[in-house]
Each structure stands twice: as C-alpha cells, then as structure tokens.
Design a protein around this ligand. Structure first.
Ligand code: PLP
Length: 366
C-alpha cells in the first residue's frame, strides 16, 4: 500500500500555510528575554475589557455546542452596517470564509484572478479547488492594480479577490479607481473585497467596500475580529454577501464553525468604540515613528493604511536573521527584496527602531 495511491494526487504539489516564527522559538534561539513577534499583523494589546469579562462568564457553559447560526452576532453586525441579517455570515476567521467562497463557486478549471504579492490564502484556495490561477502584479504604488485585474478577467473567471489595504504592502486603491472598476466588472464574476485591515485605514480616499454592496450584485465584503479587535486566537471573521451565497455556504460549512467564546467576545468587542479609535490613533502615531527611522536609515518603504509596514532591502535573509538576533520577528517573503514589520505598542516601536538601527550599524545598511 502506498499513501500516494490513497491521498488525492493533486494535493502533492501544494504546500501547507507557513506561519511566522513564534516568540518562544526565537527566545530559545536568540537568548533574549524580550522577543517581539511583529510577523503576523496581530494587535499588541489583548481583547477589550468587556470582551474579556464576557468570555470569563461564558467559560462554565462550554459543555454546550455553540449557537450554530451565530444569531446574536450576525444580528448585531447587520444592525451596525445596515445590511439584512440574511446577508451576514460569520466564520472561523475570515480565512475560512475565503475558502468557503471558493468551495461553493469554483469548478475545476475556473479562473480565480487575484493580486500578487498579496494574501497567500487566495493562492491556497485556488490550488485547493483546482482553479486556474491568474495572478496580477501590483501597481507602481504596491496596491492592487484594478485596471490590470479588469483586463485579466475572461469568460472563465468566476472569482476575483481584492485585498484593500493589500497585505503585505499596506497600500490601497482609491475610491475613484474602485468605482470605475465596479462599473466595468462583468456580472458573471464574484468580486470578493477582503478588508481585513479596514479599521486601521485612515485615508479619506479609502473606499468602504460596503458602499458598493446591495445584496443583489455578486459582491462580497469580508472583515475580521483578528486585527484591531485582538481576537486572532479565537478565529472570528465575517462577511456580507447576497443571500444565495449565504445559503450555499451554509450547506458546506462545519455545523458549529464559530466557537462560543469567539461569538461572545466578538459581540462585546463591537461596543468599545473608544478603544477602537484609540488603537487606530496609536497605530497611526507608531507608524510615523517607524517611517522616520526608515527615512534616517535611507530605507524605502510603502506608506501603509494598516498595522504593518513593508520595507525594501537588498538582503532580506541577512536582515531578517539580524533582526531575530535583536529579538524582533518580522515577516520575510522568500527571495522578495522586502520585509514586513508589524506595528506594536509605543514600547515595541522603541525596541523595533533600536533593533533596526543596530542591524543597519552591524551590516552597514539595510
Ligand atoms: C488580507 C487578509 N485577509 C484575511 C486574513 C485572515 O484573517 P483571519 O482568518 O484571522 O480573520 C488575513 C490575516 O492575516 C489577512 O492578512
């Protein structure tokens, strides 16, 4: 018996998702007591206090299955965003929603158009459902190139993923470009607008995908509680989409895909508007400090509408390793001449800047 004959052969060339290094691994390696994990775009603070209290209160009830319909949270999201309840989906992270969308839409050979470099899960779901990949390079400002994406759409295109702001570059496309794109995109294509970093964006030109959502046309907007709400460990994402898509997803998702603690925490996180504003503001301030460090060191970077910054380096491997030795974990992208660093607390920024300066001094430049 050979496992190669038993396991689907088309899975053989695929690679599992590779998470960044964990702080504990680097602590062992570097011998540093304090290690900053700035590689996964997480928020540095814990969940908001109301969410923590609600989670504690619900723990004794973990003998029960979750609410499989995620009713309370879906109603709350529907009310906040003025979208009918029937068009709201909550999922085990927005990651799961990206997969579920592909699962209900893609027949083998259908084309999925997505920007590149961008969130690796678009590529993974295209592989998973044997879609034809159509990768579209970013524009000169490192944002999704909407004209090129439009030009890449064919009769066989079933799904377009947009990432705004784009991960890993942090750049956005603006309202006018998006309006033109939406006017031109053919109706047989489902446009999924991934807005995982929506709450961090401060540009007046940032288009809220929901402004183009009417519950009829094939548009989906996805967001997450993993970033500004600090619930990455609980896996809660959500999306707005036409009801037929919600019904299709209901047929293939796990029966209880969103855990009770996550549902409760997300529900109460939505009430702390002041904390979300504070986090956005602090993130903005820390980014500016980091930019000035890059300017001082002569390092070019992409101005970011997110909680991370993409910066350029001719020797990503050396710089990545040197930053690890300083106790700072950033994200590398193989051979790409760039690294991505997350924004943390003011103390984290202080340590990140000290680490970047130490690395620049040691290597001569970044
Ligand atoms: C662009 C983008 N979309 C989606 C996700 C998935 O987030 P989650 O599954 O935690 O909601 C991430 C996570 O980093 C992301 O960067």
């Amino acid at each position: 018996m050979s496992w190669d004959d038993i396991i689907r052969p088309d899975l053989a060339p695929l690679a599992p998702y590779a998470p960044g290094l964990r702080a504990s691994q680097v602590r062992e390696r570097s011998g540093k007591d304090v290690v900053l994990k700035l590689s996964s775009n997480e928020h540095p603070c814990g969940p908001v206090p109301m969410a923590v209290e609600a989670m504690k209160a619900v723990l004794p009830r973990m003998n029960r299955y979750p609410d499989g319909g995620v009713n309370a949270l879906r109603h709350k999201l529907a009310d906040i965003h003025g979208v009918p309840f029937e068009q709201v989906v909550v999922s085990n992270g927005s990651n799961e929603l990206l997969r579920l969308l592909a699962q209900v839409l893609i027949r083998p050979g259908d084309e999925i158009v997505y920007p590149w470099p961008s969130f690796v899960v678009y590529k993974m779901v295209a592989d998973m459902f044997a879609a034809t990949h159509v990768q579209v390079p970013l524009d000169g400002a490192f944002a999704n190139d909407l004209d090129a994406i439009l030009a890449a759409i064919t009769e066989r295109t079933r799904l377009v993923f947009l990432c705004n702001p784009n991960n890993p570059t942090g750049a956005i496309y603006g309202r006018e470009a998006f309006a033109q794109f939406m006017d031109a995109v053919p109706p047989h294509v489902v446009v999924v607008i991934d807005e995982a970093y929506f709450e961090f964006a401060t540009s007046a030109d940032y288009p809220d995908g929901l402004d183009w959502f009417d519950g009829e046309r094939p548009v989906v907007v996805t967001r997450t509680f993993s970033k500004i709400y600090s619930l990455a460990g609980l896996r809660v994402g959500y999306g707005f989409m036409p009801e037929p898509l919600v019904c299709a997803i209901d047929k293939v998702r796990e029966p209880f895909n969103v855990n009770t603690v996550g549902q409760i925490a997300a529900y109460y996180s939505l009430d702390d508007h002041a904390e979300v504003r504070r986090r956005r503001q602090e993130n903005q301030e820390q980014k500016v400090y980091l930019y000035s460090c890059f300017d001082r060191l002569g390092v070019s970077y992409v101005p970011s509408e997110t909680n991370f910054v993409y910066f350029m380096t001719d020797r990503p491997v050396e710089v990545f390793e040197a930053l690890l030795e300083e106790g700072v974990i950033v994200r590398d992208f193989g051979d790409a001449p760039a690294l991505r660093v997350g924004i943390g607390t003011p103390e984290d920024t202080f340590m990140t800047i000290a680490a970047l300066e130490a690395v620049a001094a040691r290597l001569g430049s970044i």
